[in-house]
Write a protein that binds this ligand. Structure first.
Ligand code: CO
Length: 138
């Protein structure tokens, strides 16, 4: 079951500059960066309960965020719903005809499991579903 809007992700070409904007100019709490090898993405999180802002940046210049930034200067990248049973939600949505970018959930930030629904199944919006890891964060 989907239980929350876990985060909204913004793709940024300059991670340090964007972290400074969100932390200093906007004054949001900054909880740190994490490289997610499985997604070839560097992330930075700003908790804003009950949700978070996630900055996403290409890890080592490659991967899906690099492709995204080849076509745009940056921008809204995805929104993420939190699930309390990601396998059940994926099975249910597959049954309804939703296309996913992977066959099954992969490791995400903070020990979570994540999977993305193809934007063509969601009116052009990339939707992530995550199930928080043992530390309780998405
Ligand atoms: Co995300």
């Amino acid at each position: 079951m989907i239980t929350a809007l876990d985060h909204i992700a913004v793709a940024v070409p300059d991670l340090e500059k964007a972290i400074k904007r969100f932390a200093e100019d906007f004054g949001l709490e900054f909880s740190g960066t994490e490289d997610v090898e499985a997604a070839k993405t560097s992330t930075a999180f700003f908790p804003l309960p009950p949700t978070s802002i996630e900055l996403v940046h290409p890890l080592n210049g490659a991967g899906p965020i690099a492709k995204f930034l080849e076509k745009r200067p940056g921008g809204l990248h995805h929104l993420c719903f939190r699930s309390d049973d990601i396998d059940a939600d994926v099975a249910r949505l597959k049954g309804l005809g939703y296309e996913f970018l992977a066959d099954e959930p992969a490791p995400g930030a903070h020990g979570s499991r994540v999977i993305f629904i193809h934007p063509r199944s969601c009116d052009g919006v990339l939707v992530e579903i995550n199930q928080p890891g043992p530390d309780g964060h998405g």
